[in-house]
Ligand binder design. Structure first.
Ligand SMILES: Cc1cc2nc3c(=O)[nH]c(=O)nc-3n(C[C@H](O)[C@H](O)[C@H](O)COP(=O)(O)OP(=O)(O)OC[C@H]3O[C@@H](n4cnc5c(N)ncnc54)[C@H](O)[C@@H]3O)c2cc1C
Length: 483
């Protein structure tokens, strides 16, 4: 801290060292330095491993992602953080040679129609040519071009929204599996306003989803084949590389891994004036006094931590539903896989009634992640409402995964290497009513001095969303721009 600044340091405790907490600490430290404001920052995590659900295993020449495997490059917060950490040279795009994905439907893999916008088929040619939809289904989708329906202000599900505009078949066979792939969720429950509000804006302006999307495409700049980044990008050594770069950059932050927080209390307001109004209780029995507390834990954990202070806030946080999910990666000698693997993988619609949610052909999407001569796959299990699979023993999970790959891709060989990662209650579900919950949470937070929430439960589940949220909280606490 600069010698001329005689203000005593204020303490900020950030609970949760997933990307939300780490990014918040990073930007908070940066802002405090820029403003020469003395801040004592603590980052406390229950686990001995930093990064939360970001977890790369490097083994036997493979780079295996247990949680997320890439980020969207057009959401600027992710790339901006990587650049600021000096990782620009290690940003890797998806293989352009294998571009394309598939949907498993009625016994075989069908190419995803080209021209998806906001996960909706937005080009008429590919929509009418796709083998995924029957002719009556295509005619039904096409009627959206002549009908006019404006949103009526109700918070409706993705299922109702898409079915109303494009018909049930387009929803079930194309849109549902894509949404499930991102949210691990049930599109009958997910709120369109909370997940893709742009879709509502489009229909508000045009009265038709297809007309609106076509207009949007007409006015969008042509896709630049020489664009620097592909839509999805990752890091050369896996996403954990971002965590490995962040930790040494948090030089001035007190890092406390393997230390669960048990509760957050408000001290007596009088007593709190010197050392801050908050007290953070650690499982070690230690108590940290703080001027500000930032909860970067899953909403159901934040609910427990804050329950004694604000039961109403805790109740609202706890009401945000979560899905559990699991990924299993399987490596086969390439010759054992009787499939061309020209694509990034496939998703499976719920109506197919299969356990498998999606499968990434990792060695095609990011070829550097498997040694030459191997095919690496990553299977997702755990549909919302049917996530018991996550608790099955390893043997049963491997049997399920190999059977799904046999049935869908004809792979009969046994995998040479396997990795299983379970994520219990890790994916928040932005269900109908989510926006109202957020408004209530905001109102409750306004009652408390310097209590903040960040994380994937509120306004975006993707890594760039979490980073942007951390940046916003840092800016709120330590504004670098005039208000
Ligand atoms: C399988 C999977 C695949 C995904 N794929 C992608 C993808 O490809 N791209 C993408 O952008 N996003 C993806 N996501 C979403 C994204 O990875 C997450 O939303 C994001 O990483 C969440 O970060 P977070 O810090 O908010 O939460 P978390 O990573 O869940 O971190 C929360 C932290 O809180 C800690 N904690 C919990 N309880 C306590 C306590 N009592 N005291 C102290 N600490 C505590 C935990 O140990 C953890 O470190 C995926 C998510 C999953 C699960």
């Amino acid at each position: 801290m600069p010698a001329h600044n005689t203000t005593p340091a204020r303490t900020v405790v950030i609970v949760g060292g997933g990307i939300s907490g780490l990014a918040t600490a990073y930007y908070l430290q940066h802002h405090a330095r820029t403003l020469e404001r003395p801040l004592d920052i603590y980052l406390v995590d229950a686990s001995s491993r930093w990064g939360g659900v970001i977890h790369t295993v490097r083994e036997k020449g493979f780079i295996v992602e247990g949680g997320p495997d890439s980020i969207l490059s057009y959401k600027p917060a992710g790339i901006a953080l990587w650049q600021s950490l000096g990782l620009t040279e290690d940003i890797v795009g998806t293989s352009r040679e294998h571009a394309g994905s598939f949907i498993y439907s009625r016994g075989s893999l069908h190419p995803l129609p080209e021209g998806l916008t906001l996960m909706i088929p937005a080009r008429l040619g590919p929509l009418f040519r796709t083998s995924l939809i029957s002719w009556p289904g295509k005619v039904r989708a096409g009627l959206d071009l002549i009908w006019t329906r404006h949103p009526d202000g109700r918070d409706i599900s993705v299922a109702e929204f898409v079915s109303t505009h494009l018909g049930r078949e387009v929803f079930e066979r194309i849109v549902e599996p894509l949404f499930a792939g991102i949210y691990g969720g049930d599109a009958q429950q997910l709120s369109v306003a909370a997940t893709y509000p742009q879709l509502l804006e489009i229909t508000r302006a045009h009265g038709s989803l297809l007309r609106g999307l076509l207009a949007r495409r007409r006015h969008a700049p042509a896709r630049d084949r020489t664009a620097r980044w592909t839509p999805f990008v990752t890091l050369r050594h896996g996403l954990t590389q971002m965590i490995e770069a962040l930790l040494p950059a948090l030089k001035g932050v007190h890092l406390r891994a393997g230390t669960p927080v048990t509760q957050v209390r408000l001290r007596d307001r009088h007593a709190g004036t010197a050392t801050g109004p908050w007290e953070v209780h650690l499982a070690t029995g230690e108590r940290l006094s703080a001027h500000a507390v930032i909860l970067a834990t899953p909403a159901h954990v934040s609910a427990q931590l804050i329950d004694a202070v604000d039961p109403d806030l805790a109740h609202t946080l706890d009401a945000i539903p979560y899905a559990s999910t699991l990924t299993v990666s399987l490596a086969y000698p390439r010759d054992d896989v009787p499939h061309p693997l020209k694509g990034y993988g496939f998703v499976v619609p719920r109506v197919e009634g299969r356990a498998l949610l999606a499968c990434t052909w990792t060695s095609s999407k990011f070829p550097h992640r498997a040694p030459a001569g191997y095919a690496l796959f990553r299977c997702f299990f755990g549909r919302a409402g049917a996530d018991e699979v996550v608790s099955l023993p390893d043997k049963a999970i491997l049997a399920l995964a190999t059977e799904e790959l046999r049935a869908i891709m004809g792979i009969t060989a046994r995998p040479e290497h396997t990795w299983i990662f379970r994520w219990q209650r890790a994916l928040p579900q932005y269900v109908i009513g989510h926006q109202d919950r957020l408004a209530h949470i905001q109102a409750r937070l306004a009652e408390w001095p310097h209590l903040y929430l960040v994380g994937n439960a509120y306004s975006g589940v993707g890594i760039p969303d979490c980073i942007a949220a951390g940046h916003r909280v840092a800016e709120q606490l330590c504004p670098t721009r005039p208000e």
